[in-house]
Design a protein around this ligand. Sequence first.
Ligand code: CU
Length: 243
Amino acid sequence: MGAMTSGDGLSATSGGYTLSSATTRLPAAKAFGYRFTIVGPDGRPVTGFAVDQTKRLHFYAIRSDLTGFQHVHPTMAADGTWTAPLAALSAGTWRLVATFTPDSGSGKDTDFVLSRTVTVPGRAVDTALPAASTRTTVDGYTVTLTGDLTAGMVHPLTVTVARGGTPVTDLQPYLDSYAHLTAFHQGDGAFAHLHPTTAVTAGHGGPTLSFHAELTRPGDWRLFLQFQTAGTLHTAAVTVHVS
Ligand SMILES: [Cu+2]
């Protein structure tokens, strides 16, 4: 993780680096390997990336209505061509987001967030964004958020996980953390990765996890909290309002 951030996930180019792909349409309802390169300031595909949260590149897919969240880890060929293994997408417009930190060149130590949009053909049906809440459930787990969020400032955000009213303490490490938290802004799809401040010190964690939340814009954001128990990954989604 670098000291600076370049891009808010709304542009394919930032700071001289470009998320480049020949693909603008993806097939409907069918798994797809999305191929792309990260082109550096010298015009060539970047092949050297620093590891952040155990991966050299993190990749997300989100539909324009903030449904359909996917978080995958593409593989890179020697020439710098990445392939992201996307599960089937529904018809509509999708934003594909790559986050990475070059390990050399002018972008060394900078966290980049670049994106492109793709179209999936067919009749697109939008889902209304659920109302803002401090609580959501997934797979029998209740996730509760605590923290006041103001745009453009860093705020502590605390997440508590319970099951059947009992605090959960068997969270397994996932990507060097007990939970992975990302957020997308309603309307423009701006991206934020919320960095965990709870260190992984044991084979199991919970029930309380702390994050640094820095959400750049006011409005509603859809948060996706990913955590693992007994080898299974859970993804909880909740809408939060940022003033
Ligand atoms: Cu990732």
